[in-house]
Design a protein around this ligand. Structure first.
Ligand code: NDP
Ligand code: 8X3
Length: 266
């Protein structure tokens, strides 16, 4: 028997674009109640409207900057008060998707920028730790609740210019393994989903708005879509409570490895 998501509370960080936005729509299509966070409120509002149209039972959104501990505390307190005062059961958090993250720059270590390194480690690693610590008290034990962290193929494979991002996503892998050990016995499931090239705003952010450079990443190959990953998130959360999907590495067919990408020339 799979776990039904209808009416369950799902919290998604970084829901204003890409994978997080697609996840909001996909969980919404299952009738879930959504708590969305990110910094761009105008974009969150658009995502919330799309999720409502696809069938979300309720959608609320709030400013969240995962680099800032006060912002994380405030966001989770906001979420907790909505959940606790909900008109109907369940009054707890069923799914936490730690998705907020990204890369900044592609410089070799010799030319690396402190600001980029700090942003990547703050957002991808400390952000996941902070949101998880704050949200755990909202999650019920032995009820199929699930924490899903978004890692990356970059957490497995190194590539030139990826130092801080690869380190950050390897960090997400490790902290996910630690959490899986720590929560064993609580019934709270812990999962990491690690995508390869996925066409979102990721490359545009990495190259600081340089669209031409961002588009080159996917030239001649077929990347994953945000919806491909969202489908995997929903599938993992819908498994029966005794099934924990520990990890899923999902790559485009054209990407066998970081340095082995098939690109069509015609
Ligand atoms: P996008 O740039 O489209 O989305 C990133 C999301 O993270 C946005 O909603 C952004 O919202 C949010 N975000 C960034 N910084 C913060 C912050 N400080 N506080 C709160 N939210 C933040 O890229 P993706 O959808 O691709 O990225 C989602 C996740 O997937 C990331 O963790 C990324 O590392 C990972 N990933 C992406 C891959 C890809 O090829 N696209 C492959 C593997 C992993 P806002 O700016 O409004 O705050
Ligand atoms: C995003 C994929 O390969 O650009 O995590 O690092 S990659």
């Amino acid at each position: 028997m799979s776990l039904l998501l209808a009416g369950r509370w799902v919290m998604i960080t970084g829901a204003s674009s890409g994978i997080g936005a697609a996840a909001a729509v996909a969980f919404g299509a299952k009738g879930a109640r959504l708590l969305l966070g990110a910094r761009r409120l105008d974009r969150l509002e658009q995502v919330a409207n799309r999720a409502r149209i696809t069938g979300a039972a309720e959608v609320q959104f709030h400013f969240l900057d995962v680099r800032n501990p006060e912002s994380v505390t405030e966001f989770v307190q906001w979420a907790g008060s909505i959940i606790r005062s909900a008109a109907s059961e369940p009054r707890n958090l069923h799914v936490l998707v730690n998705n907020a993250g990204g890369a900044h720059g592609l410089d070799p270590v010799a030319d690396g920028k402190d600001e980029d390194w700090e942003t990547m480690l703050q957002t991808n690693v400390l952000g996941v730790l902070r949101v998880t610590r704050a949200a755990l008290p909202l999650m019920p034990q032995h009820a199929g609740a699930t924490i899903i962290n978004i890692g990356s193929v970059a957490g497995h494979e190194a590539y030139e210019g990826g130092s801080a991002y690869c380190a950050a996503k390897a960090g997400v892998r490790k902290l996910t393994e630690v959490l899986r050990l720590e929560l064993c016995g609580t019934g709270i499931r812990v999962c990491i989903i690690e995508p390869g090239f996925t066409r979102t705003e990721f490359a545009l952010v990495r190259f600081k708005g340089d669209a031409e450079r961002a588009n080159k990443v996917y030239e001649g190959m077929t990347p994953l879509t945000a919806e491909d990953i969202a489908e995997a998130l929903v599938w993992a959360a819908e498994r029966p409570p005794h099934v924990n999907i520990d990890q899923m590495l999902i790559k485009p067919t054209d990407q066998a490895a970081m340095h082995k990408i098939y690109r069509r020339t015609t």
